[in-house]
Design a protein around this ligand. Structure first.
Ligand code: UDP
Length: 326
């Protein structure tokens, strides 16, 4: 049985779908604070909290867990700047509780959801895994702290692990079964699409004076199903005892500015999508683009979505479907 914490969330739910497709038995553990029960495709589901060690103890004593995929976390950069307490509790304490439970139960395999936010302002682009880590916001700091903690646990307790550093997850299941569903939404592509739907009056472009080609911040958008497949590949290799690096960047290796994202969304939706220039958002680096070579080499991972347009198409279909329901 594979334990997926945060399996009711965005990247977790898509990875559960991929795990089930690959034939794994999956147990989802989620407190549903930001996740949604409707997104859980696994039969086994426990509503529990990482901050409540008894919830974890119950799962590890009742089920034979082979490996853990740990997605459960608070994930918004701006919120982490305003409310670091929430981030250190949920992401640091929550992960420590999970690690203790794993050590107690003798569970030896872990895939950890990390982030490009561990790098901070890059010294070079694209960013390789050995780039200096200098996170710019509490969210990124929690992810980098936990990578280091996990590595110490691995040394001391014989844990085998891999940290996957996501760039900007985007898009939704092309079959329309599950998709991106945050309340409130803070991520760029769904916000732009909400403007297209008339749910918001305009997009605010956070910062137009960055040292980037058009002044707006640049990000590497990676399809959530490509992220999901990388988890399954990493898990297979961990379970088969193959040597892996401690961390892998997951991105397409190409950046798009906020203005370019807006243009692609206008093309895909055929709608006007008003936008206004706004001040920079605290904690945001100007540019984050992955060098994904290591994941390609070691995991045999090739993203299927290598351009933004088809990624936005899957996000748009899901959003239309959701808006027809509500
Ligand atoms: N962004 C923006 N307007 C919005 C939301 C986001 O201009 O309403 C920008 C944000 O400043 C960042 C990029 O879009 O440069 C991606 O932000 P998101 O929150 O989606 O992901 P992050 O890079 O923070 O993980």
């Amino acid at each position: 049985m594979i334990l997926v914490t945060g399996g009711a969330g965005y990247i977790g739910s898509h990875t559960v779908k991929e795990l089930l497709r690959a034939g794994y038995e999956v147990m989802v553990f989620d407190n549903l604070s930001t996740g949604h029960r409707e997104l859980v495709l696994a039969r086994e589901f426990v509503q529990g909290d990482l901050l409540n060690p008894q919830d974890l103890a119950r799962v590890f004593s009742r089920y034979q867990i082979e490996a853990v995929l740990h997605f459960a976390a608070a994930t918004s950069v701006p919120e982490s700047v305003e409310n670091p307490e929430k981030y250190y509790r949920t992401n640091v304490l929550g992960t420590l509780n999970l690690l203790s439970a794993m050590v107690k139960a003798g569970v030896k395999h872990l895939v950890f959801s990390s982030s490009a936010a561990v790098y901070g302002d890059p010294q070079k682009i694209p960013i390789p895994e050995d780039h200096p880590k200098n996170p710019k916001n509490p969210y990124g700091r929690t992810k980098w702290m936990m990578e280091q903690v996990i590595s110490d646990y691995a040394q001391a307790y014989g844990l085998r692990f891999v940290c996957l550093r996501y760039f900007n997850a985007a898009g939704s299941d092309p079959e329309g079964e599950i998709g991106e569903w945050h309340e409130p939404e803070t991520h760029l592509i769904p916000i732009v699409l909400e403007v297209a739907l008339g749910k918001r009056p305009y997009l605010e472009i956070f910062g137009t004076d960055y040292e980037t080609p058009d002044g707006a911040p640049v990000r590497d958008y990676i399809h959530v199903c490509d992220l999901a497949r990388a988890h399954v590949l990493a898990l297979e290799r961990l379970l088969s005892g193959e040597e892996l690096a401690s961390a892998y960047n997951l991105g397409i290796g190409r950046g798009y500015s906020v203005r370019e994202v807006l243009e692609v969304c206008r093309r895909v939706t055929g709608r006007e999508i008003p936008a206004r220039e706004a001040p920079r958002r605290p904690g945001d680096p100007a540019i984050l683009v992955a060098d994904p070579t290591r994941a390609q080499k070691d995991l045999g991972w090739r993203p299927k979505y290598t351009a933004l347009e088809p990624i936005v198409e899957t996000a748009w279909s899901w959003m239309l479907k959701m808006s027809q329901k509500s």
